[in-house]
Ligand binder design. Sequence first.
Ligand code: C2E
Ligand code: MG
Ligand code: MG
Length: 762
Amino acid sequence: MSLTFPASPPDSTPARPRHPADAHALKVLTVDDDAVFRRSMAFALEGYQFQGRDITLLQAGSAAQARTLLVAQPDIALLLLDVVMEDGDDGLMLVRHVREAMGRRDIRIVLLTGQPGMAPMRDVMRNLDVNEYWHKTELGSDRLEAILNANLRSHQFIREALQTRRQLEHLLAAVDGASHVPDLTGLSQALLVDVARLLGLPSEGLVVMWPAHTTAALVIGATGRYAELQGRPLDALNDPAQVLRIEQALTRQPGTSAPPDHAMDLLMPLHPSSALAHGQGLQVDLATLFALWMPRRQPPAPNETEMVQLLVANVGAQMHRLELIAKLDRLAYQDPLTELPNRNGLLRRMHAAGERLSTMVLQFEDVDQFSHLNLMLGFETTNRLLQGLAQRLRDEAGPEVLVARVDNDTFALLGPRDRLDTRLQRHRSEGITVSDGHFSAVLHLTGARVDLALFDGPPEEILSTARYLLNDAKRRGWSQEVAYRPGMEAAARDNYRLGQALHEALRAGEIHIALQPQVWLGDGTLKGFEALARWTDRRGHEVSPVTFIALAEASGHITALFTQVLRQSCLAWQVLESLGLGHLRVAVNLSALQLATPTLAQDIADQCAHHGVPPAAIELEVTESAVMLDPDGAAAQLARLRQLGFEVALDDFGTGFSSLARLRSFDLDWLKIDRAFLGEIGQRPDHETLPDMIVTLSRQLGLKSLAEGVETEAQRLWLTRSGCLAAQGLLFGAPMAVSALPAWLHAQGHLPHTPALPAPLA
Ligand code: C2E
Ligand code: MG
Ligand code: MG
C-alpha cells in the first residue's frame, strides 16, 4: 500500500514519489475531520493489497477537500466517510454530491461515525446507494480489510459492467452505422474509429483489401499516423515484416486465430458471414480479402477481443456486401473493354448532374468505317484500337469531361461548354492516330453535338437526339459534325412522317413518272424523254422530287423507287414504239447510292429484258457529284452499263468538281450541262464563256452535249450556234404524264404518220 498523510490540508498529494505500480493502484479516499483517526487509518492499511494490487490511500480533512480530490482523481474506487463532521450535515451532503451532481454510481461509499446513535435513516442509505455503515470503534484491522475487500470487488464489478455497457453501446452504434455507409473507404475509416472507441484507444491503423486476381494488397482505410497510406499499396507501410504478417492475416481461414507472436497489435481478417456469401441465391465470387490492423501498447482484455471480433465480423460482412454491390454496379454501369462508363453509366451521371446539365455540352464521336476496320483487322486488334481511342479521348478531354462508351464504336463526351468547344476539331480534319503497340491506325471520327443550354429534356431524350444527329452526320460522309439546332425536332418529325408516307406510296404504287421531251438542236426533232419521278401525297400535295429522292436514299427505299420509275419508263417506251417512235430514248435518273450495288447494271438489263425493251432505248443519268463520291467504283459501273448497250449521261455537269483527268476515266455518252450555266445566255456576253467551254470540252472528249433547262429562244439559238447537240427545257415541253404523251406528240407534229389518236393510256 502507498499512503498519503494529511500533512497539511488538503492532504491529497501522495507523500512519496509515485511507484511505477501506482498507475494501476486502486484509490481509496478517507474523509474525516479527525487527524488522529486519519493517521490510524493509514497505519491500519499499511501493506494492504487487493488482488495483488497496491492501494493508494488519499485523505481529506473536510467535505470541501474531498470534493476537490474527487474531481482531480476520477478513478477513486472507495470512499470511507465520516458522516458527522463540524457541520453535522456535511457527510450526507457529500454523498448526495457524489451520486447526484457527479453522477458517479461506481464509487463505493462506506459511512463511519464516532458517535453512537447518529446512524442515518435506512431509506437515505438505500436511495443514495450507501453501501455500509460502521461505528469507528468497530473497525479493527481485520474488519477494515474485509470492508475494503468487499467494496473494492463490487467497485471493480460495477466498473466492468459499465465499461461493457458503453462498449456494447458503441458496438451497436458501429454495427448500425456500418450498414448505412455506402462505400468501402467510408466503411474502413468508420471501422478504425469504432474499434478504437471500443478499446478506448486513439484511432490509428489500417484496413487492407486484397482484390481477387491482383498481386498487391491495397490500403483502403487509414487513420492516425498511417493516414497518408490511404489508397496506396500495402508495401508503402515500409515495414516488410509487418506487411508479411498482414498479408498472412489476409489469407487466413475464418475461425483460425493469429499465430501466437508477441506483438501487441490487433490483426484480424474481415471475413464475410456465410449467410451473406451464400444466402439469397447470391453465389458470387467473393474472393476479395480484407483485414484490419491496429498497433497498440497492451494486449486487449478477453471481453474486448470478443467485442472487437463481433464488430469486425459484422463489418467484414458489410465489406463484402459493398464489394458485391460494386461488382454489380460495374456490370451495370461500366464498359468492360475500356472501363469507361457505359450508356447506363452516362445516363446515371446525367441524372445526378440535375440543373448543372444546362451548362454542359454532350458530344458523340463515332469511328468512321468501323465495320470495315473490324473486317480488315479482326476483332482483337480493333478492340485494342478502341481501348487506345478511349485512352486518347480521356487524356485529351481532361478531368472535367466525362468520357463514356455508349455503343460499339460510339463514345460520348459530357462536360462544360468551354472544355468541349475546341476539342476534337483538329481530329475532325486530320483523324486521330491510335496504336495498340504493334499496329497503328488513323481513325476518323464523325461527331454530333448537343449544347444542353439549347436542349431541354430528360437525359434519355438527349442521348437519342445525339444519336439522331450522329446518323445525320454519317449520311453526309466521313468526319462530319452535326450540331443540334432548336426546332430540329419538328423538322425531324415531319421528315419521319414523310418517310412513312413514302414507304406507303411505294407499296401502293403511287409514284409516277412525268416525261420531259429532249430535242436535237440541229433540226428540232425529238431525241427522247427524261423520266422524272412524281409523287402526290394523300393530302393532295405534290412533294418535290428533290425532297423525296433524298428521303428515299436516307430510308433505303431508293432501289424500290428506281424499279418503279424504270418499269414505267419501259411501259412509256412501249407506247412510243407502238406509235412508231421506237428509235426514241427514255432517260432514267440513277441515285448515287445505287452505284454501290455491284449487280446494278445486270439488274437494269434484266428488268428491261423483262419488259421487252432493248438497252439502246434506255439512257441512264447519273449526277456528277454522285460519281465523284467513289470515282473508281462509278467508272466501273458506267463501263458495265455501256457494255450492256445502255447510253450513259453525266447529269448536272459543271456542278460536281470533276477534273479533266477524271472525266476521261468515265465511260460516257452524254454531258448534260446544268441549267445553272444557261441562266444569262443572251443577256450578258461574258456569261457565255462557261457554257461555251463546256460544249467545247465535251466535243474534245468525244462526248455529246445536252443543255438542261432551256427556256428561251435566245438560249436555243446560242446553244445551236455553239455546237451543243441537244436540249431539254420548258421551251420544248414541260414534264407530262405518260397518258398525255400521245396528244402532245400529235400536237407537236412528232408522230410519223398517224392521223388518228390511239385510246388514252392509263
Ligand atoms: P434533273 O435530273 O437534273 O432533272 C431536271 C430538273 O429540271 C427537273 O426537276 C425538271 O422538272 C427541271 N426542269 C426541266 N426543264 C426546266 C426548265 O426549263 N426550267 C427549270 N427551272 N427547270 C426545268 P425535277 O423534276 O424537280 O427534278 C429534280 C431532280 O430530282 C432531278 O434533276 C433529279 O436529280 C431528281 N430526280 C427526279 N426524278 C428522279 C428519279 O426518278 N430518280 C432519281 N434518282 N432522281 C430523280
Ligand atoms: Mg436528270
Ligand atoms: Mg440535271
